[in-house]
Write a protein that binds this ligand. Structure first.
Ligand SMILES: NC(=O)c1ccc[n+]([C@@H]2O[C@H](COP(=O)([O-])OP(=O)(O)OC[C@H]3O[C@@H](n4cnc5c(N)ncnc54)[C@H](OP(=O)(O)O)[C@@H]3O)[C@@H](O)[C@H]2O)c1
Length: 273
């Protein structure tokens, strides 16, 4: 099984800049790309164009990359659906992934995630059906690993209670005030699930403006954003960034080599919740 790179480049909200920014991110050194077959927030075909440009220029080959996409229920989509909404959910999953593979110009993705459960409170029978359909896609080799996104501890516990195969990944918005999603991260640790954190900067402005963190950043000759990303790695969060800036792409990747003392890591972990 290919290893998972240490930083994911996210492609949401980039519209007509998607192809150029995907190519730029790869040229900057990102080897993991996150997208979704949800035209409302992502332009997955644009991601495919960016990949192609990077392949053509000889920057990388498909095998160098970790590509992750998502299946999104109709309620999370606009009218531009990648499946027939009248089809059973099992078929919707297959149609969505087939369309993703076409967009991305590949015959497999490294990870296929359920973008969000059908209910904010429960792991429903619809989710169980979708998860089973995703497992079938995985077993057919069209996705190497499976994930779930936007889940609570309750979702994960209920999913486990159905005796379903556990996900390889959880991808959640990571709020510092919730101990950086402490409960879900702890479940992930116990079950050997890789936790992917998004909105590490945008969900946590209070952390970026926290004087001790600003002081630590100055001491490390880094930016507060870099400290947040390197802290995330230190506590086992696989971070996502969706920066549109070439300079921030470089800074974000450089943050992986920052080191800070374990007591400071603990202090950041509990600074806001
Ligand atoms: N599963 C889901 O439901 C879900 C939801 C949301 C997002 N995601 C994924 O996560 C990815 C990332 O999204 P996100 O919510 O984390 O937000 P984002 O779109 O990555 O926004 C990050 C913000 O931080 C700034 N930034 C990045 N690096 C910086 C640096 N070194 N210094 C200063 N500012 C910096 C960016 O500004 P600049 O552009 O100016 O650098 C941008 O404004 C998305 O593209 C998507 O793939 C998934």
């Amino acid at each position: 099984m290919p290893s998972v790179p240490a930083f994911l480049y996210g492609t949401a909200w980039k519209e007509e800049r998607t192809a150029a920014l995907t190519e730029l991110a790869i040229r900057a050194g990102f080897r993991a790309i996150d997208t979704a077959n949800q035209r409302r927030h992502y332009f997955e075909a644009g991601v495919g164009e960016g990949l192609n440009a990077a392949y053509r220029a000889g920057v990388v080959t498909r095998g160098d990359l970790f590509l992750q996409t998502k299946f999104t229920y109709q309620r999370g989509q606009d009218h531009r659906l990648p499946y027939d909404p009248a089809a059973p959910l099992t078929d919707q999953v297959a149609q969505s992934l087939a369309s993703s593979l076409e967009h991305l110009g590949t015959d497999y993705v490294d990870s296929l995630a359920l973008h969000g459960p059908s209910s904010g409170y429960e792991w429903t029978t619809d989710d169980a059906e979708v998860w089973e359909a995703m497992r079938v896609e995985r077993d057919a080799g069209r996705a190497l690993r499976l994930g779930v996104s936007n889940v609570s501890l309750r979702h994960l516990e209920q999913m486990a209670a159905t005796r379903a195969e556990p996900p390889a990944f959880v991808q959640n918005r990571c709020f510092a005030r919730l101990g950086w999603d402490r409960e879900v991260r702890s479940f992930c640790n116990q079950h050997k699930i890789i936790y992917q954190g998004f909105s590490l900067l945008t969900a946590n402005p209070e952390v970026l403006n926290h004087p001790p963190l600003i002081a630590l950043a100055a001491k490390l000759k880094a930016s507060p954003a870099q400290v947040v990303f390197s802290f995330a790695c230190a506590v086992g969060i696989l971070p996502l960034t969706g920066t549109s800036s070439a300079e921030h792409m470089r800074h974000d990747l450089e943050s992986l080599s920052l080191e800070h003392p374990p007591d400071l890591v603990r202090a950041i972990e509990s600074m806001a919740g």
